[in-house]
Design a protein. Structure first.
Lengths: 372, 251
């Protein structure tokens, strides 16, 4: 079987003897070498000799067409000799028309400015959507509360079970481990001053006020927030939301309100479990370090303050509202296709986490001024 | 033309179904190189299941399927992979990858199986898109296309690696009569110019009469082939009354 051969026949003319096989498996090296040679020599006449050509597939046809196109674009002449009539017909029926050769994008000041502008606009637009959605939701939530018999309580209990009861294990486990780690780390440092016994104070304060609510909110954001975005997003892709619309059923009232109520109701309870598990984790470490459980729990009781506890739990009510609302919002604004559902779930988790931290910061300021 | 061509697909004594339910039994037929072969039948008769057995997505209870000389029912993974290279499949809704545009959808397949430079892959992809009449939609996302365009794009993608056989699952389902006729025209044109063998699952009578060289007809009640032949012959003189009913659209 012949191999490909490229020769300059006379001034400005190039002759290529095509190989026996031109298919996807072997055309790659020919492709690069031919075009390199064409760019170098820019022939005014290009002759392809197809006398040895036996096997051609789509890749081979595309190869021949690309050469032809290149030569035409360079305003040179092009001919193929000794070509099998059936192959010639294939070449004539196929085209590369419409192929756009995109130059690699260059970084320029204009592009950076444009990208920045677009990104800025989309962020502002996004915030606007979130604010108006939260407002709409607040209004519908209150009006639903006025007519509690219109709320879908069956959905509410199912959702509360899924988001709450089913999440107890993971929340408790994470709480236990965090308590364990926190106690161990602080005991090492405080041990230097002989103050291990005050680890209990530290755990109680940090878990009640900050860590407990935050960790539980993060768990729910990644567990339920993303799930709501994916679920409602898939419903949107499957036109189920349109179906709700045409029945005159408001998706916010029908889908979002029960979810928001479910998360707002379960997040404080889960936080309690999380805090309790963290205390047990801390107690396990303290026992290993030689502090008796009686002393540990006594210190806990002395430090524990209902104001701290309820201050923390009050935050979780707001966290729950935001997690459910943002998860549902992302679902409702899902684009088209499977990847859009994935994008929505990702954006839901990211927005929830940012929102949780922002809201937590606001609470810290408010509590500071209230003296809590 | 079919008599002198060679058999490219052979199905022999195939029996299969899901769980304990037998959906197809004792199916035997051959598909010849270069023909447009149609598997037809009413809803729920196992047409799509038949297709899944033929492309190796599901395993039959017993029997053999050989594609281009490779027996695929109990094939080793390497053999099955070799068989995969000889055919392409168009799924009912196209099954294009939603996160990529059409050009990328086709190039993905080429990237996986060849070591061609990028511009070569794009040339091949553009050629395939031109072949199915979607030359100016290369940078469109699948979600921006109509149902008919998505199906054609899926055909372009399944042709990326020059299959000898194309399996089409309901190519004209859900399309308007004109788009459906264009689809038939595309099948005929690809079959004529590229000599691709087509195996088409459908129950649309107009397209059966337009494209089919031969067809087999499955029936839900007897779970096997009730008729084999050219559609016009079956319509005129099948000895099975149900087959005549189907072709003449009698209730």
């Amino acid at each position: 079987m012949t191999d490909m051969d490229i020769q300059t026949t006379k001034e400005g003319a190039l002759s290529i003897t095509l190989p026996g096989r031109l298919d996807a498996a072997c055309v790659a090296p020919y492709w690069s070498s031919t075009f390199r040679r064409l760019r170098q020599s820019k022939p005014s006449l290009l002759t392809l000799d197809a006398s040895g050509l036996e096997t051609v597939d789509g890749a081979g046809i595309a190869f021949l067409l690309s050469i032809q196109r290149w030569q035409t674009d360079a305003r040179g002449r092009f001919e193929i000799v000794h070509l099998d009539p059936a192959l010639r017909q294939l070449l004539q029926t196929n085209t590369l028309e419409g192929l756009v050769v995109r130059p690699p994008r260059k970084t320029s000041f204009r592009r950076v400015a444009e990208d920045t502008g677009r990104a800025g606009y989309s962020i502002v637009h996004d915030i606007k959507i979130q604010i108006s959605f939260l407002g709409e939701l607040g209004y519908k939530l209150i009006s639903s509360m006025m007519l509690p018999q219109r709320i879908r309580w069956k959905d509410f209990f199912l959702l509360a079970e899924k988001a709450g009861a089913d999440a107890i294990n993971i929340t408790a486990l994470l709480g236990f481990l965090i308590g364990l780690i926190l106690a161990f780390q602080s005991a090492v440092a405080m041990g230097q001053f002989g103050a291990e016994v005050y680890v209990a104070d530290l755990i109680v304060l940090s878990m009640f006020k900050e860590m407990g609510p935050l960790i539980t909110a993060f768990i729910l954001a990644s567990r339920s927030g993303s799930a709501y975005a994916a679920e409602i997003g898939t419903m949107k892709v499957n036109e189920e939301l349109d179906a709700l619309h045409t029945f005159g059923m408001d998706p916010v009232r029908f889908l979002v309100v029960p979810r928001v109520l479910a998360l707002t109701a379960t997040l404080p309870l889960l936080t309690l479990f999380n805090i309790l598990a963290a205390l047990f984790g801390a107690q396990a470490v303290m026992s290993l370090l030689g502090i008796s459980p009686v002393v540990f729990w006594d210190r806990c009781r002395a430090t524990a303050d209902l104001v701290d506890l309820f201050g923390g739990l009050a935050k979780t009510l707001v966290f729950g509202y935001f997690i459910a609302a943002i998860g549902c919002l992302r679902g409702l604004y899902t684009g088209k296709g499977a990847s859009a559902v994935g994008d929505s779930a990702t954006r839901a988790v990211v927005t929830c986490i940012v929102m949780i931290v922002v809201v937590d910061g606001i609470f810290a300021v408010v509590y500071y001024y209230l003296g809590i | 033309m079919t008599e002198q061509s060679e058999k490219i697909i052979q199905v022999k004594d195939l029996t299969g179904g899901y769980g304990d339910t037998v959906i197809l039994k004792d199916i035997t037929f051959d598909v010849y190189q270069g023909e447009v072969f149609i598997i037809l039948g009413g809803s729920g008769c196992g047409k799509s299941t038949m297709l899944k057995f033929m492309i190796g997505l599901e395993k039959p209870f017993s029997g053999q399927v050989s594609i281009d000389g490779i027996e695929i029912v109990n094939a080793s993974e390497a053999d099955y992979k070799k068989a995969l290279r000889s055919f392409g499949v168009m799924y009912q809704n196209g099954a294009l990858f939603g996160s990529m545009n059409l050009m990328e959808n086709i190039c993905l397949v080429l990237e996986e199986f060849t070591n061609l430079p990028r511009d070569a892959m794009e040339s091949i992809a553009q050629m395939r898109l031109n072949q199915v009449g979607l030359g100016n939609a290369a940078d469109k996302m699948p979600s921006d296309l109509s149902g008919g365009m998505r199906k054609r794009a899926a055909i372009a993608r399944s042709m990326a690696l020059d299959p000898k056989i194309l399996f089409l699952d309901e190519p004209s389902a859900g399309l308007d009569p004109i788009t459906s006729a264009q689809m038939d025209e595309l099948i005929l044109q690809l079959s004529r110019t590229l000599k691709i063998t087509f195996v088409v699952v459908t129950h649309e009578l107009p397209s059966i009469f337009t494209v089919a060289d031969r067809c087999i007809m499955l029936d839900r009640n007897v779970k096997t082939i009730v008729a084999t032949g050219k559609p016009h012959e079956l319509q005129a003189n099948s000895d099975n009354s149900w087959v005549r009913q189907f072709f003449n659209r009698e209730a």
